[in-house]
Design a protein around this ligand. Sequence first.
Ligand SMILES: Cc1cc2nc3c(=O)[nH]c(=O)nc-3n(C[C@H](O)[C@H](O)[C@H](O)COP(=O)(O)O)c2cc1C
Length: 226
Amino acid sequence: MTIQEAIVARHSVRKYTDQAIEPEKIAALQGCIDACNEEGRLHIQLVTQEPKAFAAGLWKYGSFSGVKNYLVMAATKDKGAEERIGYYGEKIVLLAQTLGLNSCWVGLTYKIIPGTFTLAEGETVHCVVALGYGQNQGVQHALKPMEKFYETPAGQPAPQWFLDGMMAALLAPTAINQQKFKFILHEDGGVEAQTLFSMAGYTTIDLGIVKYHFETAAGTANFHWK
Ligand SMILES: Cc1cc2nc3c(=O)[nH]c(=O)nc-3n(C[C@H](O)[C@H](O)[C@H](O)COP(=O)(O)O)c2cc1C
């Protein structure tokens, strides 16, 4: 499965089987995590075979079960770090999908288990991402009309690469499926991605996620970020 195929196949999965993630898949994920941490100045950590963070009965919303593997999305506390958490985290999520694993970003319904990861001075846990073999493959969220999510210069028709990027952005996970983002295609071919207001928050992490999707499908050779 390619990353582009993973963008289509990925849906949030909240119920997992007991099947452990094989050592070679853990090694592949760890290689990607290490590269993302270095490039993105992040401290993402993979925790495996640890059931307490998602222990049953702790939370009602989200109804997770069987989660034993998760990414702890640790980084410094600034807005830039939030966007990088989204961008690089989604890169790891899509790699996991190509390896036959399922995932779900989780902002609230987990418990921090001391001793399972480390934080450096000034770092915080922004969220976690559940990983593993799902009991199901999840379901596609309803797709809204694409035109609501972008603007072009003087309302001109958008080029195909831009529409491909938009389609991938619309398939991306966002907190409570809020999709509070907008893409603007500028005259010089530059693309700007903006967050819109949300009471729920998490829009900057969402922005990083949708930018990774957009870039993967639009092709980095076709545009530059503004
Ligand atoms: C930053 C972020 C936080 C999220 N937090 C939660 C959560 O706390 N509980 C939950 O069940 N789902 C959570 N989700 C998953 C979203 O509900 C899900 O991505 C959205 O409904 C779209 O569905 P899809 O991922 O299947 O496309 C989160 C997603 C993101 C991106």
